[in-house]
Design a protein around this ligand. Structure first.
Ligand code: IVH
Length: 671
């Protein structure tokens, strides 16, 4: 029996909303774009067949996303629209037919250009100066990420050439991470014991979301521009001239685009681009076809979310079929059990794939994946390979279903599923798989940086019972180490020296090395800046921790929970006895920790005379405070300028201290 349409529609809407959120808000997509598009297509078809079930809030009717918190919201002067898209040439022909019908006898041509797989951004130049850089957000309102975008070298702060003095030029484009930089960044992150980004787009979105522009500046980001929003003082008659104008002004445009006199030429250009795709230094997920004559745009107009003068033709991600030999379960540093597919090796998009993560048990059940199945795997761009679906027709009946083990495959103790989480964990802190990955993390380059302590050595040390906790490392002797396989006296001594040297690391490295959930190297640095010693940090409550700059409630809770565990406190004691440095070294980390707004959460609202919003937030940060976008009970101070509205009212209602610009400047010692 098939599901009634009303139920199916409801389900699809819920699913799509969830995936929209994962993609736009959390930058953590669970499914490929292609899968998302399939679900959206199914919903659109059902809605078309059942107009009585229409809903203005359906995911088929919105552009997607909500502004992030922590950045000031900005309303776009013109909405940032999205593009209609298709995977089929027939639909492309229909697009052309529609254009022809609307334009009648009016002649028109096309331009085909790459659809860059990144994050949409908008830049506003007034009299040639960059005054605002924003994300798309929901298309109407985005986030002010000017400070972050200013760190991209491909974004000019002043326009050059004929457009240098133009009143308003708003340009739209894509921020992205070139493949090469993405690979390097991920290698570095893995060496530092951090989670790798799944693909360049996630890495881009994750980077642009950083509250610290200095960190953004270290990320290999780039941007390419392909459209305009508000224009005042410039109105190029064709898209080609628009691109040329942007380029002359110093803005990067795509390295390839093709003018096409007719639809046949469009088809050829799309195929040519598909051929070139692999040799481009960044990821593209299709071609964008635009009517060249901008003078026709008004007549062609817009649908609810996209222009009628452009469409995206998306390329199918590369797929391959292979046999799923087995599902093995890996145990991570925090004890999470992850099922991994072992595959018959198969070439996809330029590399041989033999493993793919299956995420969790629910994912396996949802896709009904069984051991022995023939499966379709997919690698879109640089995405870690994923199992898309099972080839059910190829089943022989010999396939076996998979069940998550009840006990940990590494230590045999019972596993548990935390309330409300999909992850299954081994709770045995002494589990050898966990002990090994904790040690690897502790010793990694980004943490305590213990030279010579690699994976193979960690295996042996744990398996031989020589080391069960990072503190045990400091009791190892050269004789014990020299006894291990492939270790001579010389390398044993080197290792002991490496361990000895790690006693004198910066405090943040130790904080990071402890492996507290949600605490990365950046978080550890923020924590170090807020204390003099590790003991001080251990004494803080979750509430205290929340007022540390860049530390949110989830991280704060996780830190407090970590130090509430007796074993973890013992570990710190043993490290102290071993002589490991537990104090902040003088001047190692630049911070506003002692600044006049230290530890204060500050909201700036209304307009200030001497500061843009971004500059005011930067000033708060420099003074040690934490700027946030919305007023809540945890806000300590509100700086209100003329025009302040609901935020000011809320602050007054909550009895939060409100000061004006003059007082703000006095407090931060400005002028
Ligand atoms: S034009 C009003 N051109 O794809 C038209 N978009 O699904 C604005 N994109 O939001 C978009 N490359 O983030 C356009 N050459 C290109 C593009 C492109 C990538 C992105 C953009 C847009 C999304 C539409």
């Amino acid at each position: 029996m098939s599901t009634p349409p009303a139920q199916r529609i409801e389900r699809l809407r819920r699913e799509l909303n969830r995936h929209n959120r994962l993609y736009y808000v959390e930058a953590q997509p669970e499914i490929s774009d292609r899968e998302f598009d399939r679900l959206l297509e199914e919903l659109a078809a059902l809605e078309a067949a059942h107009p009585e079930l229409a809903d203005p809030d359906s995911p088929t009717r919105r552009v997607g996303g909500e502004p992030l918190t922590g950045f000031a919201p900005v309303r776009h002067a013109q909405p940032m629209r999205s593009l209609g898209n298709t995977y089929s040439e027939d639909e492309l022909r229909e697009f052309d037919a529609r254009v022809r019908k609307i334009l009648g006898d009016h002649p028109y041509t096309y331009v085909v250009e790459p659809k860059i797989d990144g994050v949409a951004i908008s830049l506003r130049y007034e009299q040639g100066r960059l005054v605002l850089g924003a994300t798309r957000g929901d298309g109407e309102t985005g986030d002010d990420i000017t400070a972050n975008l200013r760190t991209l070298r491909s974004i000019p702060l002043r326009l050059e050439g004929p457009l240098a003095e133009t009143a308003v030029i708003e340009v739209r484009g894509e921020a992205f991470m070139p493949n090469e930089g993405f690979r390097k960044l991920n290698d570095q992150r893995q060496a530092d014991g951090l989670e790798a980004f799944a693909n360049p787009r996630n890495a881009t979105a994750g980077s642009l979301k950083q509250l610290d522009p200095k960190l953004v500046a270290t990320r290999p980001l780039d941007a390419i521009f392909y459209a305009c929003g508000e224009l005042d003082g410039w109105n190029p008659p064709t898209h080609e001239e628009l691109l040329q104008g942007l380029r002359d002004a110093g803005l990067r445009i795509a390295p390839w685009h093709k003018p096409c006199p007719d639809f046949e030429a469009v088809r050829t250009a799309i195929h040519e681009l598909a051929e070139r795709k692999a040799s481009l230094p960044f990821g593209i997920d299709g071609a964008v076809i635009k009517v060249n004559e901008r003078t026709t745009y008004e007549e062609l107009g817009y649908t609810a979310k996209s222009p009628r003068w452009a469409i995206a033709f998306k390329y199918e991600p590369e797929q391959a079929q292979t046999r799923l030999r087995d599902i093995v379960v890996q145990v991570g540093r925090t004890g999470v059990l992850t099922p991994v597919a072992e595959l018959d090796p198969v070439p996809v998009a330029g590399s041989t794939v033999s493993r793919a993560t299956l995420h969790n048990e629910e994912e396996i059940a949802r896709k009904d994946i069984r051991i022995g199945d023939r499966v379709v795997i997919e690698k879109a761009g640089e995405v870690i390979p994923a199992v898309v679906r099972v080839v059910a027709e190829a089943r022989t009946g010999a396939e076996r279903t998979f069940a998550m083990p009840e006990t940990c495959p590494a230590c045999g103790s019972k596993v548990e599923r935390a309330e409300g989480e999909v992850a299954v964990r081994c709770l045995n802190a002494a589990c050898p798989a966990q002990v090994k990955s904790r040690l690897r993390h502790f010793a990694s380059r980004g943490a305590m940086d213990i030279e010579g302590l690699g994976e193979v050595l960690v295996e042996q040390l744990v398996d031989r019972g020589l080391v069960a906790s990072p503190a045990d490392l400091y009791r190892l002797t050269a004789e014990q180490v020299a006894d291990l396989e492939r270790m001579g006296g010389k390398s044993a001594e080197n290792l002991i020296r490496g361990i000895e040297a790690s006693k004198d690391r910066d405090l943040w490295r130790l904080i990071f090395a402890l492996g507290i959930r949600h605490v990365g190297a950046g978080g550890a640095q923020a924590l170090e800046a807020s204390v003099q010693t590790l003991d001080e940090l251990m004494a803080k409550s979750a509430e205290d921790l929340e007022s540390v700059r860049d530390i949110g409630p989830v991280v704060a809770r996780s830190i407090a929970d970590f130090f509430a565990v007796a074993e973890n406190r013992q570990l710190v004691e043993r490290l102290r006895e071993a002589g490991v440095n537990l104090a902040r070294k003088g001047g190692a980390v630049v911070s506003g920790a002692d600044g006049p707004l230290a530890g204060k959460t500050v909201v700036v609202t209304g307009s200030l005379e001497a500061f843009t919003r971004e500059e005011a937030q930067e000033a708060v940060r420099k003074a040690g405070g934490k700027p946030t976008g919305s007023v809540s009970r945890s806000t300590d101070l509100v700086v209100a300028g003329p025009g302040a509205g609901s935020k000011l009212k809320k602050a007054q209602d909550l009895g939060i201290e409100v000061i004006d610009e003059a007082e703000f400047r006095r407090r931060i010692g400005d002028g």
